[in-house]
Structure formats: structure tokens, C-alpha cells
Design a protein around this ligand. Structure first.
Ligand code: AMP
Ligand code: MN
Ligand code: MN
Ligand code: MN
Length: 287
């Protein structure tokens, strides 16, 4: 039986990274939005997995373990989602801890750079929004800058201050692509290229990303994500077929009022694709 119409949402964030809701509240929201298979994919951190699994179990919601790993590839930051791994795996946990390291120092540098362009007190300001001190991110800075009234939206904050090349952007070296894919697959999981439409790669760089990702053992790509336009949904469906990759679907929900897309609300995957969850049956934590 085809499972294309399963309402799977395999990408979202809690307060354990840069979301605004707890894992428990997200599990309830997933149920309320009709999600039938859920994964919490906090950035570089597994601390939300146990409470998410317990909450999903209590609510009768099937789920997969999840994570979104920050990777540096061809001079840009790329995100690799992992699904269905053993969240107690020591090598995965150590890799993520190493990836998180340096965020605090980077945040100090970001605050110094922002002060030079007139945004004062950004380190302390961002910290107010941080749920997990190990995971201070640009999103927390964005919430503070919005609060100061300098910008009218998070989108404006990123385009004026925090995007690559803007005054508050501090380049950072994240995990290697091969390392991130290996941590996930050796822990029994499946690696997925997150929101490929967001990276601004040339066709050559994008081809290199897909081929190197697959050479390291990566198997899937997000086609349906909150940040893809209709044209990108078509383009990456074509690329999934061309590269023989499985397809994933995830809102990338960060919180009410902040996200492009509500949980469970994306269109289904195109019928010509193979959903990534078709190979993850045995990894589903059944309620
Ligand atoms: P970091 O890991 O600290 O570099 O922060 C990256 C996070 O910033 C992403 O996971 C998104 O949640 C957020 N982000 C990046 N670009 C944008 C954007 N243009 N608009 C809103 N949020 C963004
Ligand atoms: Mn985020
Ligand atoms: Mn991402
Ligand atoms: Mn995300």
C-alpha cells in the first residue's frame, strides 16, 4: 500500500534548540494538526528526544527520533536531518556535542559585531530567549533584535543583520558532511538533506552536495518543506528521482507566529516519489 497520504511531519524544533514550544507541547500540537508520524529535529542536540517520545507515546502518536545537524560544505552552512537512529548512541552524541561547541564564543563575537552597527546588549538580550545554554543560535538574536523595535519582522532581522555577509554574521565551522552522515547512519538512522532550496548553491555545487552526500551513505532529500516554493518542490522532486533519493516532508515549524508553515499542513509528497518513511517502518516508535 502506498503511504504518500500519511500525514508525516519529520522536521520541527523545540525550546531544546531554537523553537519556542516544549517537546510535550509540540507533540500535542502535532496531534491537534492531524500529524500521523512525527519527528522532533532540534539543531545539534538530542535532549528533547526522551520527553518527545514519552509525550507522543501518551498521546498515541507514532514517531521517529530526529536531529538536524549543522554542516559546513563548500563554504556554506548546510543542514542534514537524521531520522530513526538510536538516540542513546555514544558516537552520535559525541559528534553533536563537538558540533555545539563554539556556539557560545560565536555568540559573543556576533554581539560584538552587532554592537559596532548600533545593536547594543545583544548577547544578554539573546540569552533571554535561550532554552538551552549550549544552543544559542541566530534565531535567539533575531528575537531580541525584533524586541528592540529596530526591525519589524524576523525576516527583516535576518536580511539586515544575520544572513551570510550581513554585519552580525560570524562565519563558523560546523561538522563535516561525511561525519554528520556517518554519525546518523552508524546509529541506525537515515540521513536527509534538509531544505536544499535554501542554500543558494550553483548547479555545480548542488550536484557536488548531492553526490558527496550519497557517497557518504545519505539516502533522502526534503522535497516538501515550509521553505520551498512550488517551483522548488518540483525541482527537488525531479532531483530526488534523478539521484534515486527517498523524499521527506517536514514543516520546519519553530513556533506559533514565527514559522512559514504550521505542523502537518504541507501538501503530500508527489505520487512519483518514494517517501523516506517507507524504509523506516522498523524504526517507528509506535504509540
Ligand atoms: P544558527 O544555527 O545559529 O546559524 O541559526 C540558524 C537558524 O536561523 C535556522 O535554523 C533558522 O531557524 C534561522 N534562520 C536562518 N535564516 C533565516 C531567515 N532568513 N529567516 C528566519 N529564520 C532564519
Ligand atoms: Mn532553526
Ligand atoms: Mn535548517
Ligand atoms: Mn530546521
Amino acid at each position: 500500500m502506498s503511504t504518500h497520504l500519511l500525514n508525516a511531519d519529520l522536521h520541527c524544533h523545540s525550546v531544546v534548540s531554537d523553537g519556542t514550544l516544549t517537546p510535550e507541547t509540540l507533540a500535542q500540537r502535532a496531534v491537534d494538526q492531524g500529524v500521523e508520524l512525527w519527528a522532533l529535529t532540534d539543531h545539534d542536540e538530542l535532549g528533547g528526544q526522551a520527553p518527545a517520545i514519552a509525550a507522543a507515546h501518551a498521546l498515541g502518536l507514532d514517531m521517529l527520533t530526529g536531529v538536524e545537524i549543522s554542516v559546513t560544505f563548500a563554504g556554506k552552512t548546510v543542514h542534514i536531518v537524521g531520522l530513526g537512529f538510536d538516540h542513546h548512541d555514544a558516537a552520535l552524541q559525541a559528534g553533536l556535542a563537538a558540533t555545539r561547541g563554539g556556539r557560545a564564543e560565536r555568540a559573543r563575537e556576533m554581539a560584538d559585531e552587532l554592537a559596532k552597527v548600533g545593536v547594543k546588549g545583544a548577547f544578554e538580550g539573546a540569552l533571554k530567549y535561550v532554552g538551552n545554554p549550549d544552543l544559542i543560535s541566530r534565531t535567539h538574536f533575531a528575537r531580541y533584535i525584533l524586541e528592540t523595535g529596530i526591525c519589524g519582522s524576523v525576516h527583516e532581522v535576518f536580511s539586515r543583520y544575520l544572513a551570510d555577509g550581513k554585519p552580525g554574521y560570524v562565519p563558523h565551522r560546523w561538522a563535516g558532511l561525511g561525519d554528520a552522515v556517518s554519525w546518523i547512519t552508524q546509529a541506525g538512522g537515515t540521513a536527509v538533506i534538509a531544505h536544499p532550496g535554501r542554500y543558494g548553491f550553483s548547479p555545480t555545487e548542488e550536484y557536488a552536495l548531492f553526490t558527496e552526500f550519497m557517497a557518504h551513505g545519505g539516502r533522502a532529500v526534503e522535497v516538501m518543506t515550509g521553505s520551498h516554493s512550488d517551483a522548488e518542490r518540483l525541482k527537488y522532486a525531479d532531483m530526488a528521482l534523478e539521484f534515486d533519493l527517498l523524499a521527506s516532508r517536514g514543516s520546519d515549524f519553530h513556533g506559533p507566529g514565527e514559522s512559514r508553515c504550521e505542523m502537518g499542513s504541507l501538501p503530500p509528497l508527489q505520487g512519483r516519489l518514494t517517501p523516506v518513511w517507507e524504509v523506516l517502518n522498523e524504526r517507528v516508535l509506535r504509540a
